[in-house]
Ligand binder design. Sequence first.
Ligand SMILES: NC(=O)c1ccc[n+]([C@@H]2O[C@H](COP(=O)([O-])OP(=O)(O)OC[C@H]3O[C@@H](n4cnc5c(N)ncnc54)[C@H](OP(=O)(O)O)[C@@H]3O)[C@@H](O)[C@H]2O)c1
Length: 252
Amino acid sequence: MATTDLEGRVALVTGARRGIGFAIATALLEHGASVVVGGREPAQFDDLQQRLEQVAPGRVYGCAADLTTETGRAALVGAAPQIDILVNNAGGFTDVVDTLTSTEDEWNQQLHLNLTVPFLLCQAVLPQMIDRKWGRIINIGSVVVAAPQLGNAIGYVAAKSGLVGFTKQLSAEVASHGVTANVINPGTIKTEHLGEYFEASGVTEESIASGIAVGRLGRPAEIAAAVPFLASEQGGFITGAVIDINGGAVSA
Ligand SMILES: NC(=O)c1ccc[n+]([C@@H]2O[C@H](COP(=O)([O-])OP(=O)(O)OC[C@H]3O[C@@H](n4cnc5c(N)ncnc54)[C@H](OP(=O)(O)O)[C@@H]3O)[C@@H](O)[C@H]2O)c1
């Protein structure tokens, strides 16, 4: 059997309706795990559940849930009997705002979704992981922490940078309990969201690709591929790591 066999494990993957999150949920199902997924709108959750059930019938749990609310987080965490693996993938930003133009509300919203929600979900699932002496936390950050560029939201970059520090500290706190915590920092990945961003910003795929050593954008599956390994038994010695998957977009 593959060393990434995750049979019997349950993974909560946030933001799984599309893009990188959908690819991660699919990869975990393909490696034998069950998944808990959400989505803010009930109809969108139903559609997501149906699509994932086609990959692995009977191994998809979840509910519609806004992760920025306590009730939403509690509903999602409670949707399966246990959570062994937490993938904090939900995130992003809507408006491009810099330090001069960002309002305090925008800053707070970006920090809340991209940093505070992952922290609160870790708090929610860690007690059961520690009880079972086994757990995996995988936080999805961004290449922006190492490669500042125009066209981001300042609070988003601050939050993703904070996610690295948070995850490293967390990894030290929980290592003796059999729980690992790591960050994957994706480069620019060709998702539906990115298409919307290109349309709104006027930035082109070609201009982004020209700054990437391999000469193209990444694919969601190329981020997702790392997750089953980090979540596996063989990934047990990897903790506090920042895993850059960016096609060589960042050079020293
Ligand atoms: N795409 C890239 O190039 C890229 C690069 C670096 C890092 N990343 C990071 O990778 C992750 C996924 O990116 P993506 O491009 O695949 O994103 P995406 O397509 O925009 O998906 C984001 C997901 O987050 C969910 N979400 C947002 N706010 C939420 C809330 N309040 N409650 C519950 N769910 C919420 C959305 O849920 P709904 O289903 O309800 O809409 C959506 O499924 C993000 O953390 C992003 O910052 C992406």
